[in-house]
Ligand binder design. Structure first.
Ligand code: CA
Length: 43
């Protein structure tokens, strides 16, 4: 699991196939992925 700072660093379009912050796999790191990260933290 990556941290929120890494997610914010990767924010926006994924520029390579390695995009661990793109939790829902849509090719963009955005609020949806942040929500998944925060939800995972809370559990
Ligand atoms: Ca995403």
């Amino acid at each position: 699991m990556i941290g929120p700072l890494r997610l914010l660093g990767d924010w926006g379009m994924c520029t390579s196939e390695e995009c661990p912050a793109d939790f829902n796999g849509d090719g963009i790191v955005d609020g949806a992925d942040l929500g998944i990260l925060l939800g995972a933290w809370g559990s």
